[in-house]
Design a protein around this ligand. Structure first.
Ligand code: C2E
Ligand code: MG
Ligand code: MG
Ligand code: MG
Length: 291
């Protein structure tokens, strides 16, 4: 199986897999055991600060190294985990592992804000803020070192749960981000009330920046809207220098995408902070990594 350190390359395992019943049952069992067998890992993709050109934080992205199928995309197994009722187990593992890694980096001199992605099920879990609070405490972290990303469509799907969870997380000092913005249907009045600090523009808009005037108009408007609401804007899925230049001209605060770096194992990110550039990363020196 073709395995690369980063995202985008999941050989042998396509989204249609797991569609027939016996395959599903097998996968369900595999997934149940994946945590205990140590097959799960977090890879980390940097967010680059637009004005300072430094790494401002990283996003933790879940990977499953299946013994038979190789790297399985989270697009596949997150959906399976949700269907099988395993998403909380998976989500809890992510919370703990991200905190553990953040603390380890900090001990080694790399202070970094780490973002994790939350699913709709976690959002509905009433004890989520407590659980995250305990993980932070256990690993000796400051709450501001953790950021939670919630997809816009998920946030709007269950407005009550979102509000409650966001309030709970904000109360303990965790940073919050609205992910994949532009693909859901946000009530702006509602968006205004969420205690978030960050908004991430969906990669579909970023992808069209160079070819579509409409995409440029939308992104520019979203940047203005976010700034008016006091949110920092991250553009996800930046793949070209041209996209980067347009986004910087629009005063987008942070950029993330394959152009800068693919998601990578924790060790590679740390090595980068020591001057060892990961394969496929853009040629820049993250002089002060994290802040
Ligand atoms: P997301 O949170 O929007 O994460 C961004 C996705 O875009 C990642 O895919 C990343 O590898 C990919 N990406 C980053 N830069 C580029 C680029 O320049 N071009 C392209 N084409 N893609 C880029 P990935 O890792 O496959 O994750 C997919 C989705 O799975 C994530 O979307 C997120 O919604 C979900 N996910 C990942 N990890 C977790 C997790 O721990 N928990 C939950 N609940 N969901 C997760
Ligand atoms: Mg995300
Ligand atoms: Mg996203
Ligand atoms: Mg996305």
């Amino acid at each position: 199986a073709a395995k690369r350190a980063g995202g985008g390359c999941y050989a042998l395992f396509e989204p249609h897999m797991g569609s027939d019943a016996s395959e599903q049952l097998e996968l369900q069992n595999d997934l149940r055991q994946a945590i205990d067998r140590g097959e799960l890992a977090l890879h980390y993709q940097p967010k680059i600060d637009g004005t300072r050109g430094q790494i401002s934080g990283v996003e933790a992205l879940l990977r499953w190294n299946h013994p038979k199928h190789g790297m399985v995309s989270p697009m596949v197994f997150i959906a399976l985990a949700e269907r099988f009722g395993l998403i909380n187990k998976l989500g809890n593992w992510v919370i703990d592992e991200a905190c553990r890694q953040t603390a380890e980096w900090a001990r080694n001199g790399m202070r970094m804000r780490v973002a994790i992605n939350l699913s709709v099920h976690q959002l509905r879990e009433s004890g989520l803020a407590d659980r995250i609070g305990h993980a932070l405490q256990f690993h000796g972290l400051d709450a501001s070192q953790l950021l939670c990303e919630i997809t816009e469509s998920v946030a709007m799907e269950d407005i009550k749960a979102t509000q409650r969870t966001f309030d709970g997380l904000a109360r303990i000092g965790v940073f919050l981000s609205i992910d994949d913005f532009g693909t859901g249907y946000s009530s702006l009045n509602y968006l205004r009330q969420l205690p978030a600090q960050q908004l991430k523009i969906d990669r579909s808009f970023v992808n069209d920046l160079e070819s579509s005037e409409d995409a440029r108009a939308v992104v520019s408007a979203v940047v203005s809207l976010a700034h008016a609401l006091g949110l920092r804007v991250v553009a996800e899925g930046v793949e070209t220098e041209g996209q980067r230049d347009i986004l910087l001209a629009m005063e987008c605060d942070e950029l993330q995408g394959f152009y800068f770096a693919r998601p990578m194992p924790a060790d590679s990110l740390f090595a980068w902070s020591q001057g060892e550039k990961p394969e496929g990363a853009v040629d820049f020196t993250p002089s002060v990594i994290g802040s």
